[in-house]
Design a protein around this ligand. Structure first.
Ligand code: GLP
Length: 241
């Protein structure tokens, strides 16, 4: 695992955006695996800035997102579909027909997951998978205790994750309890993984995930076994390592 130290959140975002840009420049029709959450917002902002300067072209890029809340419509500002449009897709020249997320509006979990698995199979290998890190070590929405060999599935979110996500919703009742997520097996099949982490509140989990034992209790720890992982983290997140 390569560890790239960043000074702070902005520096982390710029370093991560640099790696994504390099991927797009080297292979304009690359497949990017994308993430949501607050961590990648700065990375997307930087990519948009470089796009506006004429340095980046997304016209041939294809994207697959990690996850989506079950039950939220695309118009719901908390849906990941909405997030991706707000932060990236609506601001660059990407072809929307080449952007994919699990369908949160499909009530039949089996069907939603099978449909997304079919898309992922048709798309082929992800060239670069961007990941954030949950406070309990989750990646995508793969929560602690799950098998490392899953594909897309419906997950009951942990209490900790529901609480962490509550800040984005007006009431606790609105916070989704379930989500569709790409599985660890699929994440691990990406050619290259870029995981970004910022803030002191993630320092403990960074230490556990990347310097502790590999265990399903800390889903991100499996990344230690991937042959091409770059961790871009700021000093606060690396402060306990
Ligand atoms: C959510 C997302 C994850 C993300 C995590 C961390 O659970 N499904 O993909 O990595 O939150 O979020 P944040 O970056 O806001 O800390």
């Amino acid at each position: 695992m390569k560890i790239c130290r960043a000074k702070d959140y902005n520096d982390m975002s710029r370093k991560a955006a640099n790696l994504i840009s390099a991927q797009i420049i080297m292979k304009p029709d690359c497949v990017l695996g994308l993430a949501t959450g607050s961590t990648p917002v700065g990375t997307y902002r930087q990519l948009v800035e470089w796009y506006n300067k004429g340095d980046l072209d997304f016209s041939e890029v294809l994207t697959v997102n990690l996850d989506e809340y079950k039950g939220l419509t695309r118009e719901n500002p908390q849906s990941y579909y909405y997030f991706m449009n707000e932060n990236l897709f609506g601001k660059v020249n990407i072809n929307k027909n080449r952007t994919f997320l699990p369908d949160g509006t499909e009530p039949d979990s089996g069907k939603a997951c099978e449909n997304y698995n079919e898309i992922l199979r048709a798309v082929g290998d992800v060239d670069l998978q961007l990941l954030g890190l949950g406070h309990n070590g989750h990646i995508g929405f793969n929560e602690p205790g799950e098998s490392f060999s899953t594909e897309t599935h419906c997950i009951d979110l942990s209490e900790q994750t529901i609480k962490a996500n509550a800040r984005f919703f007006e009431t606790m009742e609105e916070v989704p309890r379930q989500a569709y997520t790409m599985g660890i097996k699929t994440i691990m099949s990406a050619r290259r993984i870029l995981i970004i982490v910022s803030g002191e509140d993630k320092a403990e989990i960074v230490k556990k995930a990347f310097f502790g034992p590999i265990t399903p209790q800390v889903p991100a720890s499996i990344l230690q076994l991937h042959r091409n992982v770059t961790l871009v983290a700021d000093e606060a997140a690396l402060s306990k390592c």
